[in-house]
Design a protein around this ligand. Structure first.
Ligand SMILES: [Mg+2]
Length: 352
């Protein structure tokens, strides 16, 4: 799928995004559909590797009860470490299948909704100072009260962007920044300590994925809450962030962490550690956005605005029949059975 314009982050530039859709069929005739987007430099998986991993994992699903989701997810990890995007596609399809079999929306399988409308944030990729400020103003005037700005390419430009955006939008706008692993702790401290004067809502993933020590140093030195994204790919990563007090908030994406079951385990660890979460996305389309909305609806600590639907805005097209019913910069969690969305027939995989 082509994007309307290149989406550039500190680690990658995306012009086209591969999306994978899978269907899980049962002998009772009920099926479920899952989908993921690919961001290779973020996830370490390409469309080709995801497809191969899904086919490999699907062999072990044959003959299993889809309601044994925890056992199946455990088996995925035993069979093939990593490959979270491939596992997410299958996990989403299984949740869709369970909901359709019971005639319930997925959020009801997850303990019910604590909110039915999910507040949305807009993301601006790396672009020139003028383009960034113009887009922030346009989106803010269009109703987005939370603007996330990608940083980490040029400190001088980043400072200028955030200064001008705060100046243009005024004191009420929530401005968050995402460095996508761009800094060392020392380099990050130099620029982020200057950005803080413009009252940031949060700072996302300042240091490299493995640099938990650096992230903790920044957390101790800065006033702004630190959000861990790339550093939390698994429940084990989340536990380490909690134990080492390395971040204030944890970013969860169903595509990043391997699906809905893993997302909920991470949220439970964060909650036990007193940390809120931000639900977020990997530029997913229909089914991935729906899955993220069901998770966001069901978690009491998912109290930040989310960018889960941004993929739908940044692509020319979507894979589903439904619209999102955006209203007041929120989307409603789908009420249909399963994930509550219908993938358009031309995107449906052939039965095998
Ligand atoms: Mg991020």
């Amino acid at each position: 799928m082509r994007l309307k314009e290149p989406f550039v982050i500190a680690s990658q530039s995306i012009v086209e995004c591969d999306h994978l859709i899978c269907i899980v069929n049962t002998d009772s005739g009920v099926s479920g559909v899952g989908a993921v987007a690919t961001i290779p430099a973020f996830m370490g998986e390409t469309g080709e590797t995801i497809e191969a991993a899904m086919i490999y994992l699907s062999d072990g699903m044959k003959g299993k009860d889809p309601f044994g989701i925890d056992r199946i997810v455990q088996q995925f990890d035993e069979q093939l470490p990593g490959n979270n995007s491939a596992k997410a596609a299958l996990d989403l399809a299984l949740h869709d299948l369970m909901g359709r079999a019971l005639g319930l929306p997925v959020y009801r399988l997850l303990g019910g909704a604590v909110r039915h409308r999910i507040p949305l944030a807009w993301i601006i990729g790396l672009k020139s100072v003028k383009e960034t400020v113009d887009e922030a103003v346009r989106k803010y005037q269009g109703g987005f009260k939370v603007i996330k700005v990608k940083i980490g390419h040029d400190d001088g430009e980043d400072l200028e962007k955030i200064r001008l955006i705060r100046n243009e939008l005024g004191a009420d706008a929530l401005i968050r920044v995402d460095a996508n692993c761009a800094y060392t702790a020392d380099g990050g401290l130099r620029i982020l300590s200057k950005l803080e004067q413009f009252d940031l809502e949060l700072i996302e993933q300042p240091c490299r994925q493995a640099d938990i020590t650096g992230m903790r140093r920044l957390r101790q030195a800065l006033q702004t809450p630190i959000l861990a994204d790339e550093s939390v790919m698994s429940p084990e990563d989340a536990l380490r962030i909690v134990m080492e007090e390395a971040a204030d908030i944890i970013n969860i994406k169903v595509g990043k962490v391997g699906g809905i079951a893993k997302a909920r385990r991470i949220a439970a660890i964060a909650d036990a550690g007193g940390l809120p979460i931000v639900m977020s996305g990997n530029l997913e389309l229909g089914p991935g956005i729906a899955a993220s909305a069901h998770v966001a609806a069901s978690l009491k600590n998912a109290r930040y605005a989310t960018d889960i639907f941004v993929g739908g805005h940044k692509h020319f097209d979507d894979t589903i029949l439904e619209g999102w019913g955006e209203e007041g910069m929120t989307i409603r969690v789908p009420e249909g059975h399963g994930l509550g969305v219908t993938v358009r027939p031309e995107f449906m995989p052939e039965a095998s």
